[in-house]
Write a protein that binds this ligand. Sequence first.
Ligand SMILES: [Mg+2]
Length: 377
Amino acid sequence: MSTVVALRVHDVHVPLTRPFVTAVRRAQAIDVVLVEAVDSDGRSGWGEAATSWRVTGESPASVRAAVTGPLAEAVVGAVPAQVDHWSTALHHAVHANSAARAAVECAVLDLAARAAGVGFAELLSGFTAGSPGPAAVRTDMTLSAPDGPAQTDALIRRALELRDGGFGTLKVKVDGRTDTVDLLARLRAALGPATVLRIDANQAWTPAVAVRTLRACEDAGVGLDLVEQPVAARDLAGLAEVTAAIDTPVLADEAVWTVEDLALVVERHAADLVNVKLAKTAGPLGALAVAASARAAGLDVLIGCMLEGTVGVTAAAALAAVTGRSGATHDLDAGLWLTGASAIGGARYEGDLVHLPMGPGLGVRAASSPTPVGADR
Ligand SMILES: [Mg+2]
């Protein structure tokens, strides 16, 4: 049986199509960090580590150090198909660094899928006793937080463009700088009733401001599908207060990274849904565990991703296919923000659908232009 012989790290700088603005950051480009796991038969498996000091707390340099150091020590020599053996070693190798661990876990699972000749979703479904799910999943499309009232018109124009381009669900990033109720009321009036609107405050509000704003949106007939992470990640009491006070469903994002975090949210009835992302759960196995715990507790699950490229989006789309409720609209638009591909192959966008790749594993390979700068070990 083939074994993992090396991990390599590749950096790919990709400018964005437009600035990505949230309550906590503004990005014009991303540094995609890819992990390539090579096996003794010469196959390559791929994973992506989403990095952002302010979101994941990791950087390309920290990912490289973790991957080429303790994470390589944990998986080099392992048989990819013997998942229980290497995954335990992988997750005990470092504290935190969940994006780096996610990338390595994906890359070695990708090797296992390729060696078995199955798609990534089919491999993941083997851990759930479920089916690989549909061949495509649906995504929302994000609109950056406007920098101020002057940008509201531009945001509305962009929303109409997206609606006309086939996006049924739009997610608006909101923060404290704009009159959110006015913005959303104008947006709803412009879009008409059919477009699903959701908002993400990225922790920007106090519980009192969140309740006041969201009730005002309800009274104004904005019709929100959900509100994502209205208050600080660690303020579970505040999150519970908001969830109890409004009719709009509350989606926990920054508050839930692990099954332990989810248990606290469930205990406090602090949210109605959870946004599961590979960079938070440290890979697909943790994501499947969080999704299963959420469903068992009656919370709905959306699969999201960070600002990341093809490899990360493809893995997340496979996860969405396996765990998603039929008809769910996930949060997988990151690839649509990139001006170029960070890898070749993988998931393919068509309107608001994300088509999973046909081939074995993640179906990706390195883009030819960027030069790998990673060291073998
Ligand atoms: Mg979010």
